[in-house]
Design a protein around this ligand. Structure first.
Ligand SMILES: [Cu+2]
Length: 177
């Protein structure tokens, strides 16, 4: 009858195993929730780009964040433009609405959205690589502060607005006169 000695030993082995399991779970649970990439919680609705022959244009849409953490767009890229910027539109000292690169990028609050629209925040195409004509499409890649990305395709549309002045640096002021 060795049961009296093997049972406690077995119980001890099980206890150690459970400790190892729970220790493992406790370590991995917070890591899992923290590693959901920003790009996995983002979608864009009603995206479109303003048609233009050359120079500058802008892209719009509603960036939706379905996650439980704020998401920050830090940069955007597209084959349609040699250079892109994230712009906001603000009133300058003279009371004119001007657009400029937004400091810190676009923040989309958790469970909320951010509208990119003419006269407000927008994706600025600074230097078109080819004419953008209505009916065509352009593909954009958003990069978030955690280095994850989200790619979307937007149709090109004719639009007569969205002609805000660009807030030029001092070295460009002469161009306005
Ligand atoms: Cu702009």
């Amino acid at each position: 009858m060795n049961n009296t000695t093997t049972l406690p030993r077995l119980a001890a082995v099980i206890a150690v195993s459970l400790l190892a399991l729970t220790g493992c779970a406790a370590e991995s649970a917070p890591a899992d929730s923290a590693t959901v990439p920003a790009g996995g919680t983002i979608t864009i609705e009603d995206a479109w780009v303003k048609s233009a022959d050359d120079g500058m244009s802008a892209a719009f849409g509603t960036i939706v964040n379905s996650g439980d953490a704020d998401v920050t767009v830090v940069s955007v890229a597209s084959d349609a433009s040699n250079m892109l910027e994230l712009h906001e539109t603000v009133e300058n000292e003279s009371g004119e609405m001007v657009m400029r690169e937004i400091e810190g990028g676009f923040v989309i609050p958790a469970g909320s959205d951010l509208a990119l629209e003419p006269g407000a925040n927008h994706i600025m195409l600074m230097d078109l690589s080819a004419p953008l004509q209505a009916g065509e499409e352009a593909t954009f890649t958003l990069t978030f502060s955690d280095d994850s990305t989200y790619e979307f395709t937007a149709p090109v549309k004719d639009y007569s607005g969205a002609n805000e002045n660009y807030e030029e640096g001092d070295e460009h002021e002469g161009m306005d006169h």
